[in-house]
Ligand binder design. Sequence first.
Ligand SMILES: C[S@@+](CC[C@H](N)C(=O)[O-])C[C@H]1O[C@@H](n2cnc3c(N)ncnc32)[C@H](O)[C@@H]1O
Length: 294
Amino acid sequence: MKTYHKSVLLKETLVALHIQKGAWYLDCTLGDGGHSLEILKQGSKLVGIDVDPQALERASQRFEQEGIPAKQYQLIEGNFRDLTNLIAQTGIDQKFLGVIFDLGVSSLQLETPERGFSFLREGPLDMRMDPKLSVTALDLIRGLNKGELNELFTKLGEEKFARKLAAAVVSARPVIKTTGDLARVIEKEVGRSGKIHPATKIFQALRIAVNDELNALKEGLEASLKVVEKDGLVLVISFHSLEDRAVKNIFRHWQNMGLGESSFKKPLLPSEREINQNPRARSAKLRVFQKLVS
Ligand SMILES: C[S@@+](CC[C@H](N)C(=O)[O-])C[C@H]1O[C@@H](n2cnc3c(N)ncnc32)[C@H](O)[C@@H]1O
């Protein structure tokens, strides 16, 4: 039996979506298919997208094992920033009642050392969600100068020791090859205090840059509103303040344009119970926008 990614805010997502049997849903971040599976179990139809081919393989095996009829879903490999083209490929000329973005990486990606996402697992500094991308985290470490690294760590990591760490990384550059090498350089420079590993924000910054995550999110969200039905919902689960800020601003902009409204004033957060069972959920925030025009 495989261990799957523990879906974050699953119950809240299902309640917020008001799933309707037979209606179409779109999961832009399929992962292990945890959210999608529950939607499919309610007799809905679904398109699932992921940029990581391994995710599609695992999710389709999981759906099959769960006895979900293949005619209920279509899975597509691609980046949600290309949503319009990806949906055109499906041949479905139907809008969706709900679209989900559950951002970031899956447990499988995080825990596979060769993918290089985690400072807790020794592996190459890769961090590409899409294995076809050409630039890895190591390329950024090797190719950016001190000023550029400082800017990257500041803007995408909101790291208070950005300047100091950029200098340390540049000095240690010839010996940095792996996730562990980078984590050790950071820890040596700024020490360790509290529960959060000192490399957390630097790894976040590199991952966002390698995958161009914030631009992909903005493009994906803009495209999603076009494929949602009137009264349909766009739901986003974010995991850090940069993502959440981007989502909040886009939803506010849509509301100001008269396209619909946010379903809740404040984002929904995971319960303490969920956080205890799944520490990865601790920084999750769920926002929902309802489109009110056709
Ligand atoms: C947190 S996981 C989703 C987990 C899933 N909801 C579940 O319950 O199993 C996020 C997934 O989104 C994918 N992803 C992230 N950014 C993407 C993008 N721009 N386009 C397509 N897939 C993306 C990742 O490869 C990863 O598999």
